[in-house]
Design a protein around this ligand. Structure first.
Ligand code: URA
Length: 434
């Protein structure tokens, strides 16, 4: 079978057989197929799409292209959580300790920031001493002891995706639902969890700009997971404005700790509680989602979720001082407030713009080799729907030097849209796909 026959078949709208998919994935991983043929195939998929079955077969073949994490040594049913990427999205840092406190074992592999979106590993590395690299036996031992571990990707997991994603990134073929779904789900399947809770972000700061696209992606990923014998649920949540009030690694860890102590912003708390409840439900610890929600809310109120967070941080070598206001996290050298000189209602805070500003402050990478500055970022004092009076402080900028501070302050003002009348309330959660 020649690779160009597979390209031709896809170009003409055909459906690849499982054997053909196998050849395709082997060709990608072995390095025998040149990049230009892989890109031609990806572009054919971009235009022709893939059937449900074909997408499932591609995902399974990709998931087996490298190492598979064997979590059978973990006591209980391991459940994972994944976000498609957002701005100010620190739900993992809140939801995982809550699920762990309920008794759900979580061995989660997280990523670093991508473009304007943040990554959990970069956030956790702002905790002094926190180790994101562990061996599989160490992870299993930690999860059996404290129920949760969050680590960076280990081993040679899904090399087919590494290769394909790098090609898609530079050939305008990232934006394809079957390719995104197979990329995300192949990594989740290889990570070994039996249950997977997906948070599919929708809006300005997300990959999926429209609710229809996001729903289709969520349905595709849920179908793949179920086809592969896993329990999967997807929540569709808003990413038009940043989630919570902070964007930037140490600031987000601080906000997650505040939230676990019942002092966090409402949107972050609501979404984290819902995601944790889905984890508890599909982990089989309770019979209904309602019971799971009640359980998780109690664990938040009692501080049990916060204790689970502390145990995980300690198990991974992190040192925090919870008695201090900033918990011993790194603090920025330059801090300044941003005011808005007129009054009105905030009708939008552009999550994409805020994500890019914070990335340029140094919280993310423009190039792979860029070094992350854990202390920089933005804190929002107002959210969509809030009223502002003349000269109200709407945000605080945390920067490493004065130049960066002044530039970010000017830019952040532009991310706010004010109107004379209050905007229509936007839901935080649009839908749930099971
Ligand atoms: N995240 C992934 O892991 N893969 C994609 O294709 C898009 C987002």
């Amino acid at each position: 079978m020649h690779f160009q026959d597979l390209i031709e078949k896809k170009r003409d709208g055909g459906t690849l057989t499982p054997e053909e998919i196998e050849v395709l994935v082997q060709g990608i991983v072995s390095g025998q197929v040149p990049d230009y043929q892989i890109s031609a195939w990806a572009m054919a998929v971009y235009f022709q799409g893939m059937s449900k079955e074909e997408t499932l077969n591609l995902t399974i073949a990709m998931s087996k292209s490298g190492d598979i994490m064997d979590l059978s040594g973990i006591q209980g049913i391991p459940v994972d959580k994944h976000s498609t990427g957002g701005v100010g999205d620190k739900t993992t840092l809140v939801a995982i300790p809550l699920a762990a406190a309920a008794g759900v074992p979580v061995a989660k592999m997280s990523g670093r920031g991508l473009g304007h979106t943040g990554g959990t590993i970069d956030k956790l590395e702002s905790i002094p001493g926190f180790q994101v690299e562990k061996t599989l036996p160490e992870v299993i031992q930690q999860v059996n002891r404290v129920k949760a571990a969050i680590i960076s990707q280990m081993g040679n997991l899904v090399p087919a995706d590494k290769k394909l994603y790098a090609i898609r990134d530079v050939t305008a073929t990232v934006d394809s639902i079957p390719l995104i779904a197979s990329s995300v789900m192949s990594k989740k399947l290889a990570s070994g969890a039996q249950g997977i809770v997906l948070d599919v972000k929708v809006g300005r700061g997300a990959f999926m700009k429209s609710l229809d696209q996001a729903r289709e992606l969520a349905q595709t990923m849920v179908a793949i997971g179920q086809g592969a014998g896993r329990k999967v649920v997807a929540v569709l949540s808003d990413m038009n404005q940043p989630l919570g009030r902070t964007i930037g690694n140490a600031l987000e860890v601080r906000e997650a700790i505040d939230t676990l102590q019942g002092k966090g912003p409402k949107d972050l708390e609501e979404l984290s509680v819902l995601l944790a409840a889905h984890m508890v439900h599909i982990g089989g610890l309770v019979g209904t989602l309602e019971e799971a929600l009640l359980k998780v809310k109690k664990l938040l109120q009692s501080g049990a979720g916060f204790q689970a967070f502390q145990r995980m941080v300690e198990a991974q070598g992190g040192h925090l001082d919870y008695a201090r206001p900033h918990y011993g996290l790194p603090r920025a050298a330059e801090i300044a407030d941003v005011i808005i000189p007129h009054e009105g209602y905030i009708s939008a805070i552009d999550a994409l713009a805020v994500g890019r500003i914070v990335m340029r402050l140094g919280a993310g990478r423009e190039r792979l080799e860029d070094q992350i500055l854990p202390e920089v970022g933005v804190e929002l004092h107002k959210k969509v729907g809030d009223k502002v009076e003349r000269n109200d402080v709407v945000a605080t900028i945390y920067a490493r030097n004065k130049n960066q501070l002044d530039q970010a302050a000017a830019e952040i003002r532009q991310a706010f849209t004010l109107t004379e009348t209050p905007p229509q309330p936007v839901p935080l959660i649009f839908d749930t796909i099971t």
